[in-house]
Design a protein around this ligand. Structure first.
Ligand SMILES: Cc1cc2nc3c(=O)[nH]c(=O)nc-3n(C[C@H](O)[C@H](O)[C@H](O)COP(=O)(O)OP(=O)(O)OC[C@H]3O[C@@H](n4cnc5c(N)ncnc54)[C@H](O)[C@@H]3O)c2cc1C
Length: 506
């Protein structure tokens, strides 16, 4: 029997497996696909934008260097080469978009983010699904995660003490089961969790084609009276056809069909001569009503799906894994405070909901209607203002992430600043062991005694820092989120109370 069985070796399942192994939990991953490779996981359709919280999570686990091998990635804006340079040091360039409407980095008011420090993990970036999965799989193997490919989870039964899982004609037992098996999750269905949301308005197409007359299409993104398309030379096209999602997964994607949709949306009489690669998607936006039912948990697309507009799904899923791993590990060890595991859903569900709405709002701008063109014009005006660009950057880059953890300091619930300590190390590096961290900037302070004896092991570091941001001490959870912070002499009772939400005294 394994402590945890994970269904699905996608990026979320693999990252969660690494998080659990970091805490010495035994993990089995069951993956339906025999072969992890697919052309859809490679450039161009496999490109995935990673938001700042995702990059920070990978950095805090020592995975960022593996991911940023320069030949294999480019930054989120399409510039080649390593992209870990801080956003504040970049020349003028687009910072991202909302429904295709760009905001620019030099229009962003970074003074609104007083707690962000320069960091190797300070910028969003992009990679391919193939690359991130392979980096995570290598790490998972090295950490002793057992991955069984060719095993499709078909059903489950849970009891008070564990879960029995049927996969590939065999039976497996885990004390817990986590469904990371994507949008059509069997674990979610068999685990009895409802999935609710809004039905699709369109079928989206990502296709790679050869055309007899490519000059008939203008490169770039275009809203037309019948939909939207983006064209990148030599032959990469994305299209949105407002058919109510009717085509998606109902028929084979043929050359004739692609040509007909492209003509219909672009209004250009193009001739497609070769269909090299094609996939469809929709704006169906659904979320599990809970991320936990007994010993069955959900993470990633298994818990929430939405259109890829704005590229948030992978980020949301990896954030789920970072939030869940240490909480589930503490629960298995028996040293989790009451309610810690349930805080996974309490913290992550509202965030998932927000992201689903973010994708829905983009659909409202994209509809082929006069009112949507009017909305687009207003959004363009707003995004060009300094406040507008800053707002969109916060949302797109993930900087607005803040859990409602109580506490009166504005940093509580946010990602910890990457303090550079007196010995040259950074806070992010100190989190690689997956433990909590109590950082006191006054070595003579009384915090060390408090830190010792907390369950799961909270590292204590007393050090000066290059920029303390006016703080005297900070307690950081294993997932890099600030649990408590103070600017004056630490109130030990307040600290102990904040810590008691995440750790128990041994
Ligand atoms: C065109 C497109 C562009 C996108 N761009 C972005 C982007 O830029 N940024 C971003 O953040 N997100 C983006 N996304 C979304 C992102 O790809 C997903 O949110 C992400 O892959 C979810 O990861 P996951 O591990 O939860 O699920 P998946 O990647 O779907 O992995 C699930 C795994 O479970 C396996 N599995 C399924 N069923 C079973 C079963 N019964 N038993 C065992 N194994 C099973 C599957 O084979 C798969 O390996 C995009 C999506 C699309 C379609």
């Amino acid at each position: 029997m394994h402590d945890v069985v994970i269904a699905g070796a996608g990026p979320v399942g693999l990252f969660l497996a690494c998080e659990l192994r970091l805490a010495d939990i035994s993990v089995l991953v069951l993956e339906q696909a025999e072969d992890p490779h697919s052309p859809l996981k490679q450039v161009p359709f496999g490109m995935r934008g990673l938001s700042v919280p995702t990059v920070e999570a990978l950095y805090r686990r020592g995975l960022l260097d593996d991911l940023t091998a320069p030949q294999r990635m480019k930054n989120a804006l399409g510039h080649g080469g390593a992209s870990t340079a801080h956003w504040m040091q970049q020349p003028r360039r687009p910072g991202g978009h909302f429904a295709g409407i760009q905001f620019y980095e030099d229009n962003i008011d970074t003074a609104k983010w007083p707690y962000r420090l320069q960091s190797p993990a300070g910028a969003s970036m992009a990679t391919t699904m193939e690359h991130i999965e392979s980096v995570l799989a290598v790490r998972a193997h090295a950490m002793g995660v057992e991955i069984m490919r060719g095993y499709s989870v078909e059903g489950l039964d849970q009891s008070d003490s564990g879960v029995t899982i049927r996969a590939g004609g065999e039976t497996f037992h885990g004390r817990w089961l986590v469904g990371c098996d994507g949008g059509r999750s069997i674990v979610r269905k068999a685990g009895g969790v409802e999935f609710v949301g809004t039905e699709p308005e369109f079928t989206g197409y990502s296709v790679e084609v050869e055309m007899a007359d490519p000059d008939k299409l203008v490169p770039g993104r275009h809203y037309t009276p019948t939909g939207m398309y983006t064209y990148q030379q030599p032959g990469t096209v994305a299209m949105v056809d407002f058919d109510g999602g009717a085509f998606h997964r109902t028929r084979p994607i043929t050359l004739e069909h692609v040509q007909s949709v492209l003509r219909h949306i672009s209004g250009a009489d193009v001739t497609v001569t070769t269909l090299k690669l094609a996939t469809t998607w929709t704006d169906r936006a659904f979320q599990a009503t809970t991320y936990r039912n007994g010993r069955v948990l959900l993470a990633g697309d298994a818990a929430h799906i939405h259109s890829p507009l704005g590229g948030q799904g992978l980020n949301l899923g990896l954030g789920d894994a970072m939030n869940l791993g240490w909480k589930l590990a503490a629960t298995i060890r028996g040293d989790a405070p009451e309610g810690l595991l349930d805080s996974y859903c309490t913290e992550r569900y509202p965030l998932g909901s927000q992201i689903l709405d973010w994708s829905r709002a983009q659909v409202a701008v994209m509809r082929p209607s006069r009112s949507s063109r009017a909305l687009e014009a207003i959004m363009r005006d707003l995004i060009e203002t300094r406040d507008g660009a800053t707002y969109f950057a916060e949302r797109v880059w993930g900087l607005s992430l803040r859990y409602d953890l109580g506490g009166c300091h504005p940093l509580v619930g946010r990602s910890a600043p990457d303090f550079e300590l007196a010995d040259g190390t950074r806070l992010g590096e100190r989190l690689r062991n997956g433990k909590g961290l109590l950082l006191g900037f006054d070595p003579a302070g009384p915090l060390q005694a408090l830190a010792s004896g907390w369950s799961g092991g909270v590292s204590y570091v007393a050090s000066d820092a290059r920029d303390k941001l006016g703080l005297s001490a900070v307690l950081v959870r294993p997932d890099g989120i600030v649990a408590w912070a103070c600017e004056v002499a630490p109130d030990q009772e307040e600290l102990a109370q904040a810590a008691s939400r995440y750790f128990i005294k041994a």
